[in-house]
Design a protein around this ligand. Sequence first.
Ligand SMILES: [Zn+2]
Length: 163
Amino acid sequence: MELVLAAIIVIGIIAFIAYPLFTAPPEEIGEASDALDGLSAQRDSAYDAIRDLDFDFQLGKLSQSDYAALRERYKTRAALALQQIDALDGNGNGAKIEDQVAQLRAAKRTAPPADDAVEREIARLRASKNAAAGLRCAKCGAPYHAGDAFCAKCGSPLKPKDG
Ligand SMILES: [Zn+2]
């Protein structure tokens, strides 16, 4: 059993090291995509290893404890590769950060309308105050100044508020 386990680990390591050599030629790919390819290979090889492990376990080649330990190890490797891929290609944490930036931008955009609402309210209060203070002809509704004796528009006599 130990021999089988050792053989699986060695084959896994060889496959893991050799796999990127059989993918795209290194001189044709940039550093980021190189890293991404390496991580993709790492993830894929981990998945392959898990699949092989499941197969071997089903065939009875592995004990439950060996199987569980190896599977956990490959799962950790796959998860690590996935995390790094997400960070690199912007589908994971990068995208989340972009979302947060977009939300902040949107919040900043909605701030002026809120200010506008305050300004509108101030303008409304100001207008209503003017209307209350303003004097209007009882007959035609034309505004007049305190102290005017007659409406400038219709000529009807006015009763100043203060007098
Ligand atoms: Zn009038």
